[in-house]
Design a protein around this ligand. Structure first.
Ligand SMILES: [Zn+2]
Length: 134
């Protein structure tokens, strides 16, 4: 991803910002010019919860240039019902299963040695069980 494109998309990637249609209330991500359900253009920014479950997953390696490999990629179903593809982090491959609760975190996605900048974006990690107060 080039730097200009990265800056243009950073709110979407940093905060998982999608859109809500004010006509039919559908939520979508990433942003489009029309609603995917009713095709209205009355869309407003809508921040997604960033929580969901693993819908399917795969281990990728060798990775494309600039990506650390191997890495885990998953189709995550958000609480809002949307599916999106993202890398998984902070988890061992054998611990990933369909239905695993996950949450969004911001992590380094790519490293561009030549230009010397880092691209950060969203990944998902398992939601850890809350510790009970003793
Ligand atoms: Zn709509």
């Amino acid at each position: 991803m080039d730097l200009a494109r990265y800056h243009r998309l950073r709110s979407a990637y940093y905060r998982l910002e999608g859109q809500r249609c004010t006509s039919c209330q559908a939520v979508q991500f990433p942003a489009r010019t029309t609603c995917r359900i009713c095709r209205a253009r009355t869309l407003e920014p809508h921040r997604l919860s960033g929580r969901g479950t693993v819908y399917s997953h795969a281990e990728v390696g060798p990775a494309p240039r600039g990506f650390a490999s191997p890495y885990l990629v998953a189709l995550v179903q958000l609480e809002e019902g949307l599916l999106l593809t993202a890398q998984l982090t902070d988890v061992d491959p054998e611990d990933v299963m369909i239905g695993l609760p996950v949450e969004m975190v911001t992590r380094r996605i790519q490293e561009h040695g030549a230009q010397g900048y880092l691209v950060y974006g969203y990944k998902f990690r398992p939601i850890l069980p809350r510790r009970k107060a003793s």
